[in-house]
Design a protein around this ligand. Structure first.
Ligand code: SF4
Length: 197
C-alpha cells in the first residue's frame, strides 16, 4: 500500500475528536478539491504487515485510515490484520467509491465526508462530516436528508480557505446554520487550533 504518512496524535475532528489514535494516511484520491491539504503523489510503499506493526507501537488501539481516498487501496485482509492486532478501525472516506469485499460491514466506524455537490454513494456511514461553505446552503440542506446509522452524528465543519476574513464569515454562518438546524453539530479542526498534527 502507498502510505503518505503514518503518525500518532489526537483525532481532531468529528465524533471522536480528542481521541488518541494512529493515523494511516494513504496516498491518492479520485477527487481534486481546491482546499485539499494532502499531497497525493508522494508516499512510501509499505506492506499490510509493516503498517500494522508500526501502528501497534503506539499505546492507543484506535486507528484512523484516511487519505486521500482510502477506498482506493483498502483491502479486507488489511482490516482483518488490524482487528487481529486489537484495533478499532475508523475510516474516513469521501463516499464516492464502494468499499470492496464487504468492508462496509467489517470496519468499526465509517466517517463519510462528501465533497461539494456530491451525495454519498456508500450504503453505511456512522458519521457524516460535511465541510461547510456558506455559499452553498442548498447543498447542506440536501445532505441533511442523508441517513446515517446514528441520530447524533451529523457534523458541519467550517471550510478553511486560509483567508482569515472569509473563514470568520463562514464560521459565523456555520454556527448560525447549526442553531437553526439542530440536527447538526459543530466540528472544528482542533488539531489545527492546538498546533498538533
Ligand atoms: S476528497 Fe479529501 S483527500 Fe480527496 S481531494 Fe478532496 S479533500 Fe483532498
Amino acid at each position: 500500500m502507498k502510505v503518505n504518512e503514518l503518525f500518532y496524535s489526537l483525532q481532531g475532528e468529528g465524533h471522536f475528536a480528542g481521541t488518541p489514535a494512529t493515523f494511516v494516511r494513504l496516498s491518492g484520491c479520485n477527487l481534486q478539491c481546491d482546499f485539499c491539504d494532502t499531497r497525493h503523489t508522494t508516499g512510501t510503499e509499505m506492506s499490510e504487515e509493516e503498517i500494522v506493526a508500526e501502528a501497534s507501537r503506539y499505546p492507543a488501539r484506535h486507528v484512523v485510515v484516511t487519505g486521500g481516498e482510502p477506498a482506493l487501496q483498502l483491502t479486507p485482509s488489511f482490516i482483518g490484520r488490524l482487528h487481529d492486532a486489537g484495533m478499532f478501525v475508523q475510516i474516513e472516506t469521501n463516499g464516492t467509491l464502494p468499499l470492496a469485499g464487504g468492508m462496509e460491514g467489517t470496519v468499526d466506524w465509517i466517517t463519510c465526508s462528501p465533497k461539494y455537490g456530491m451525495i454519498p454513494e456508500i450504503q453505511r456511514m456512522d458519521e457524516l462530516k460535511v465541510v461547510f461553505d456558506h455559499t452553498h446552503p442548498e447543498y447542506i440542506s440536501r445532505l441533511g436528508q442523508v441517513q446515517t446509522c446514528h441520530e447524533d452524528t451529523y457534523y458541519l465543519q467550517p471550510c478553511d480557505r486560509g483567508e482569515r476574513d472569509w473563514n470568520m464569515v463562514n464560521l459565523k454562518a456555520c454556527i448560525r446554520y447549526i442553531m437553526e438546524h439542530p440536527k447538526w453539530r459543530l466540528s472544528l479542526q482542533t488539531h489545527k487550533i492546538l498546533g498538533i498534527r
